[in-house]
Write a protein that binds this ligand. Sequence first.
Ligand SMILES: NC(=O)c1ccc[n+]([C@@H]2O[C@H](COP(=O)([O-])OP(=O)(O)OC[C@H]3O[C@@H](n4cnc5c(N)ncnc54)[C@H](O)[C@@H]3O)[C@@H](O)[C@H]2O)c1
Length: 387
Amino acid sequence: MTTKRTVRIAMNGVTGRMGYRQHLVRSLLAIREEGGLDVGDGTVIWPEPVLVGRREHALRALAERHGLDQATAVSTDLDAVLGDDAVDIYFDSQITLAREEAIAKAIAAGKHIYTEKPTATGLDGALALARQAADAGVKHGVVQDKLFLPGLLKLKRLLDGGFFGRVLSVRGEFGYWVFEGDWQEAQRPSWNYRSQDGGGIVVDMFPHWEYVLHELFGRVESVQALVTTHIPRRWDEGGAPYDATADDAAYGIFELAGGAIAQINSSWAVRVNRDELVEFQVDGTEGSAVAGLRNCRAQHRSATPKPVWNPDLPATEVFRDQWQEVPDNGVFDNGFKAQWELFLRHVVLDEPYTWDLLAGARGVQLAELGLASSAEGRRLPVPELTL
Ligand SMILES: NC(=O)c1ccc[n+]([C@@H]2O[C@H](COP(=O)([O-])OP(=O)(O)OC[C@H]3O[C@@H](n4cnc5c(N)ncnc54)[C@H](O)[C@@H]3O)[C@@H](O)[C@H]2O)c1
């Protein structure tokens, strides 16, 4: 006999790219399609989304498309939803600029918090949220989806198995061409390219790099970045031209605890000549690996070729063929869903959960220091954060 434990989740920003596709459809609705989250002790956690937003017709259309109850699953009144004792969790995937205020309200209303990154636009705000949540005794989690990607899980397996020996360096390449919006529609929202609206590649991507580097290789101890706007003029969703005031590329170097050095290029003005939209090459004394979203290839010390530099001759070997595919050895679920499941278990079963608002604040801190480093033209230490 199973007990159904319903968890009501107010989802704010669910009409957006991330909120709809990854969090509603691929995570919470996917869990429902599987019959709920069976936690193994006879309890099944049943997520019950409440779609919150500004545009009622858009929310109703989503509810209808996915068979959610129009009367109870849609609201344009955030305060009323937060005042409803039946709501357990507040989830935020709004534009970044709108997040801090809404989360602060939700904590004050005693809700558990789950949120997209970055948690705030500045470190002070991000830390204030972490402190407020700790004082209120609510549970809190921040999306760190890249950790749950198959490629990075396989990379983690290599690290845990001691494959690399001493890790020397990490090289990350992230990015793709985001169309300007004039002759082909842009494939990302225009607010991303306006700093006054919370946009910018550093604010967007450095939080990801912080937790990836920290969790896999060591805490980021210093940052040196060169940040720029390669494409200064873009066209918005309505076809109107605007000044792209936010940075669209960042070239960063990070010193990590333990001595490894990471270098990550992030750009929305680069054309892809790699296997995946993000790739990390890790070089260690015993072996190297290249991990992307899904795949991971490795080359052991014993199988390392010995190229000799001679520009007079064509390359004598196909270097990319000399890597070995790391097998899946398991089934990987959607990363967002996997993290949601852990958070739901944290809320219901009190299981430990480390990816919280303080972890989120570390991401915001790295973004802030990355921008400062670029503006000042120098390398900056990254102080350890405490509550
Ligand atoms: N984890 C990841 O990999 C990842 C990837 C992309 C974006 N994100 C984060 O997710 C958040 C949402 O990004 P997105 O790409 O889904 O954006 P989006 O523009 O597609 O969606 C934004 C959502 O916020 C709502 N919103 C609330 N207040 C608004 C306002 N004042 N103006 C405009 N929209 C408003 C919109 O209606 C919409 O539902 C951002 O904070 C972003 O950093 C995370």
